[in-house]
Design a binder for this molecule. Structure first.
Ligand code: OOG
Ligand code: MG
Length: 265
């Protein structure tokens, strides 16, 4: 991967993203000022953001793949999958109220999450290796929140913004991957009692385990591996849905139970 940004630019852009994330305001997409920014540049910014958060005492809990379904790619106008890191500060428990005061314009997504028992490393990581290394799968709701004006971005900008990561909630019923067929898991997403999205996990690269393999291979491009005990989200199955204070969200998964959260001021 080739880069165009020097170290000073990386730090500058990272500080810009960090400010928008921690104080919840939107900014112009980074490519307005740096049109030459490459994917490799964008991961330098994301990696710098991870370094800073860890230095501030946040704990890395896992990773997420993004833009792994057609519904998501079409909704965002970006057709290349990305990864983002997850920390303990982003984790929330099911059946709790998530405040939107510290978010810009949150949206929810339903995803299949994996918890690993063994480490995984790329390149050439396969879905079979992912299944072998998986302790269990569980249903998740991801709350994404782009820090860019109007939730509009391009590939480099969204990667630098940690792939819009904001909050995540695992729940439902954890299952052994060998007891269920991941591809055919259906999900229904309800907002305030009404069905707003539905789909099957096969929407995610044919099989969500493929998305985790892809994630591990992307990590290897910047010399990272996926440690045992990681929480990994495989990407939104359907388009994301905007939420506001007062909204009740339930994602009902076939075989995996359901995950509920509420949004408040
Ligand atoms: C980028 C993050 C995408 C997913 O599951 O596809 C993502 C975005 O849509 O803002 O988390
Ligand atoms: Mg997601």
């Amino acid at each position: 991967m080739s880069t165009t940004l020097n170290r000073e630019d990386v730090v500058r852009l990272c500080e810009r993203v960090e400010g928008a994330q921690t104080r919840a305001y939107s900014i112009p997409k980074l490519t307005d000022e740096y049109p030459e920014m490459s994917i490799a540049d964008a991961y330098l910014v994301q990696n710098e953001l991870r370094r800073r958060f860890l230095q501030q005492g946040h704990r890395l809990t896992g990773w997420k793949a993004g833009l792994t379904s057609k519904a998501k790619m079409e909704q965002m106008g970006v057709a290349v999958p990305t990864v983002g890191f997850l920390t303990d500060k982003m984790a929330r428990s099911e059946n709790t109220v998530i405040s939107v005061a510290d978010l810009v314009h949150p949206r929810v997504e339903c995803e299949v999450a994996f918890v690993t028992r063994y480490p995984l490393a790329g390149p050439n990581c396969t879905a079979e290796q992912v299944l072998e290394a998986t302790d269990y799968v569980l249903p998740a709701i991801e709350v994404i929140d782009s820090r860019f004006h109007g939730f509009k971005f391009d590939l480099a900008s969204v990667i630098a913004d940690n792939s819009s990561s904001a909050r995540y909630v695992g729940g439902g019923r954890p299952r052994n991957v060998h007891d269920i067929e991941l591809r055919s898991i259906g999900v229904v997403l309800e907002k305030n009692g009404e069905i707003v999205q539905m789909g099957a996990a096969a929407e995610v690269l044919g099989d969500p385990a493929e998305a985790v393999a892809l994630l591990v291979n992307i990590l290897s491009e910047f010399n990272e591996t996926l440690p045992a005990g990681s929480f990994v989200m495989s990407g939104g199955i359907t388009a994301a849905v905007a939420v506001a204070p007062g909204d009740n969200i339930i994602a009902r998964y076939q075989h995996l139970g359901s995950v509920s959260i509420r949004f408040g001021e």
